[in-house]
Design a protein around this ligand. Structure first.
Ligand SMILES: [Zn+2]
Length: 511
């Protein structure tokens, strides 16, 4: 006999999320969460509502508003769903969290849950590549703690495409749903889906069962963009899998390379409604598809000297728009500090015929320039302070163009170094949007070259401007091979020769 339908339910929702770079020496503290996204209770409820802004300065709607929308949709179907906001803490990528930062975030989430009274389930937005000093797999700990605090009630979770999946997470959550876009733009959609699964689970309409596979694999899949082969075909196949009403969720993960879990790797995960065999079969098929992509390496990135020559040659691109340099070795959105000076140095030396805009993080110099009069000439050493092992400081001289504050970035100072305009930031600057430059008085179309510390998302925002994009390898924390120094429990493709993914998978899943 099937369980009776439940029509009334209370569901808590919240987030603790960050993509952590295990090799960054710059810790991510509670202050970093507070400066980015930190909301609780009613404030969170407003932010996740239809007219609210869930991540001000970053995006309007994300996973939690997706979940709130799923609750709204369920009400239209006659269910009484009450949503209970807890905590949303979301920091810009950076180095590992000190243990006390993690403990503080988790205990705030748990105390909000306890204060909420009995709930029938919890919706959580996690990144899946969170790193905490001295703690393995912190997200599993969050899941297990939430489960314990709610008396074992169902939990569904969203994760980034760059998450690492583990046996503990799969066991603790009723369902996990990952972004199926890269660059990521379906946060709200996957929030809605994971929310629906949770509501239907509580209402006894579905019984989620999971199957998953973990591959000892760090790289592959070419560009890993969702709209290009080989990932395109995999995402299309996943869509066709979900047309089967027994299939509740399908996810694949390309993992965050610089996560120090010894069982790191690409993975596949399928949730079905009570059909274990089907889940196993589909998860296996997805794993084979990922493994088949392993030899398609990411494109080679040229050094800055080569990139400058190319930009100089790209006359038409510069005339109609700009050439974008992505500093692939210092990607802030993957946890690098954003203070690598090699592009700046090369542009000042060899690129003086090009007008270029460069971002650089240097809280010390920004503080120093804050009280200097605009128009004055200053001589400062910039960059190379937060991670001096990887980055070197550079002496520059120029005129102070302006100082100002920007949402999410703190204080900024703009220096005129002749053809190079340098935007110094107090905090790690994504610099993904043209507004980063426009808002400090640097019109994009006046430049030949703009530099971003980002891999993919900027390409969407720069569509109207960038006529050519060059990924530049400058030696830094987000070089792919930088991850090869991490310790892995299994031989890892492509660092090591791996004949067969299944032995590592079986060990990781404990079968
Ligand atoms: Zn990601």
């Amino acid at each position: 006999m099937s369980a009776p339908a439940t029509k009334r339910m209370r569901i808590a929702y919240g987030r603790i999320a960050q993509e952590t770079h295990a090799l960054s020496p710059v810790p991510t503290t509670t202050e970093d969460f507070r400066r980015a996204i930190f909301m609780e209770g009613d404030e969170l409820a407003r932010a996740a509502s239809k007219d609210g802004e869930e991540a001000p300065g970053f995006m309007k709607n994300a996973e939690l508003s997706g979940f709130v929308r799923a609750a709204h949709a369920a009400r239209q179907r006659g269910l009484e769903v009450e949503t209970v906001p807890t905590l949303s803490a979301w920091a810009i990528p950076g180095g590992p969290l000190p243990r006390d930062t993690f403990d503080e975030l988790l205990s705030r989430l748990l105390s909000r849950l306890r204060d909420a009274g009995p709930v029938d389930g919890t919706f959580l937005s996690l990144h899946g590549a969170l790193g905490v000093v001295g703690l393995r797999d912190p997200e599993s700990l969050i899941l297990e703690a939430v489960k314990e605090a709610t008396g074992g009630k169902p939990v569904t979770v969203t994760q980034d495409f760059h998450a690492n999946l583990t046996e503990r997470r799969v066991r603790a959550a009723e369902a996990i749903v990952a972004y199926r876009t890269n660059p990521h733009r379906d946060h709200a959609k996957v929030g809605f889906e994971a929310g629906e699964i949770l509501i239907r689970t509580i209402a006894n309409q579905v019984k989620p069962v999971s199957a998953w596979r973990s591959l000892p694999m760090l790289l592959g899949g070419g560009t890993t963009l969702d709209f290009l082969p080989p990932f395109l075909q995999t995402f299309l196949r996943m869509r066709s899998m979900r047309r089967d009403p027994r299939v509740l969720a399908t996810s694949v993960y390309g993992c965050h390379l610089w996560n120090d879990d010894p069982d790191l790797g690409w993975s596949a995960h399928v949730v079905t409604d009570g059909d274990r065999d089907l889940a196993e079969r589909l998860a296996d098929e997805l794993a084979e598809r990922l493994w088949a992509m392993r030899h398609q390496m990411p494109p080679r990135f040229p050094p800055i000297e080569e990139a400058i020559v190319e930009a100089r040659k790209a006359r038409i691109a510069r005339k109609l728009g700009v050439v974008a340099f992505a500093d692939a070795s210092d990607v802030v959105s993957a946890g690098a500090p954003g203070e690598n000076t090699r592009i700046l140095e090369a542009l000042l030396k060899d690129g003086r015929d090009l007008v270029s805009y460069v971002p650089l993080r240097d809280p010390e110099v920004v503080a120093k320039l804050w009280d200097v009069a605009v128009g004055e000439t200053v001589r400062v050493e910039v960059g190379g302070k937060l991670d001096p092992k990887t980055n070197e400081p550079l002496a520059v001289e120029g005129r102070l163009l302006r100082t100002q504050r920007m949402l999410g970035l703190g204080r900024l100072a703009v220096l005129d170094l002749g053809p190079v305009k340098l935007v110094l930031t107090e905090l790690a600057a994504f610099s993904v949007k043209p507004a980063f430059y426009q808002d400090v008085g640097l019109p994009i179309l006046k430049a030949d070259v703009v530099v971003v510390k980002n891999y993919f998302p900027f390409r969407l925002f720069y569509l109207p401007y960038a006529r050519k994009t060059i990924y530049v390898k400058t030696r830094g924390l987000t070089d792919f091979d930088a991850a090869y120094v991490l310790n892995f429990a299994d031989p890892m493709h492509p660092r090591d020769h791996v004949e067969d993914w299944r032995p590592a998978d079986r060990r990781r899943r404990g079968v």
